[in-house]
Design a binder for this molecule. Structure first.
Ligand SMILES: [Zn+2]
Length: 311
């Protein structure tokens, strides 16, 4: 069975908001469908709707509690990972690995102590911003301000590097990205972003950004949101492959992973409707390149970063 690592989904927030269940649901990801793969590792992000920003910490705690309640219910099949050894352990036990991440530094409410408490609660990756300005940096939709990382944002990146938390540059302004590049001591990831050369969406990465992520040994997770895949605004697996082609041409096949954005996007490519369809994508990647490249994109590239950063 094919293994995969996916660097971003919003499933937990969807489940919590709608009173749904991780075992089986009508959305993009559930445990039943994850079991079709060989012990996959799914990043589960906590994203906050901007209306929750005034109570960011409170709301994030509720989502984290929901996440652990769900994992407890289905502990026979899925388990949280805090270290690289946990990933290996789950693999031996035949369990799905769940990695808790935060999407947007709003959740920190301006405090490094809260960042360290999130680490203690099992958070192992964080996107520094969502689309707008926060205490850490400007997001991509604030790019007209020219703002990058704030003093606090720099402290957060340094503390994440110290703790062993993965810095995620998806959503950050370009200036913020280059500020991270200047100070990062560990590889960083763009968990769910594509190539701007193929689709010029604000959320996508320039060739220069892709090159430095690669130089750092990081990973770019391919996002399945059609407006980030194609200017036509609708997309197919073929568009996903175009982004993969471009990144491989630019830096080789060691820095591409998956970052579906499942359950955070209202539509998907017409031939990738939910997580089960990854199996068809893997077949296509293998046919187009090789089994080796398919395995790198499917899981090995992300596992390399997790091995390097998680303590
Ligand atoms: Zn996102």
């Amino acid at each position: 069975m094919i293994r995969f690592v996916d660097g971003h989904c919003d499933t937990i927030v969807k489940m919590a908001d709608h009173g749904e269940d991780l075992w089986e649901n009508q959305r993009h990801i559930d445990i039943k469908r994850l079991q079709e793969f060989g012990n996959p590792l799914q990043f589960f992000a906590i994203w906050l709707d901007p209306r929750h920003y005034p109570i960011s910490l409170h709301k994030t705690m509720e989502y984290i509690d929901f996440y652990y309640q769900q994992l407890k219910l289905y502990e026979e099949y899925i388990a949280p990972v805090y270290s690289y050894e946990d990933i290996q352990k789950n693999d031996v036990c035949g369990k799905i690995s769940a990695l808790l991440s935060l999407e947007g530094g709003e959740a920190l409410e301006g405090s490094l102590s809260i960042l360290r408490m999130y680490y203690r609660l099992g958070v192992r990756a964080m996107t520094l911003t969502w689309n707008y300005r926060n205490a850490l940096a400007d997001g991509v939709l604030e790019s007209e301000t020219g703002g990058g990382l704030t003093k606090f944002g720099k402290e957060v990146v340094q503390e994440m590097n110290n703790l062993g938390m993965i810095v995620d540059v998806s959503h950050i302004s370009e200036k913020g990205f280059w500020d991270v590049e200047k100070i990062a001591e560990q590889p960083y990831i763009a968990s769910h972003s594509n190539a701007k050369a193929i689709c010029p969406a604000a959320r996508n990465l320039t060739d220069e950004q892709i090159k430095v992520i690669a130089r750092r040994g990081g990973v770019i997770g391919i996002n399945l949101y059609p407006p980030f895949l194609s200017e036509a605004n609708h997309a197919s697996m073929e568009d996903v492959l175009q982004h993969i082609d471009h990144i491989i041409e630019l830096v080789g096949d060691d820095y591409i992973g998956l970052g579906s954005d499942f359950d955070g996007i209202e539509h998907t490519p017409f031939d990738i409707c939910h997580v089960s369809d990854y199996s068809v994508l893997f077949q296509k990647i293998e046919a187009r390149y090789s089994k080796d490249t398919m395995e790198k994109i499917g899981h090995r590239n992300f596992l390399r970063v997790l091995k390097k950063i998680l303590k």
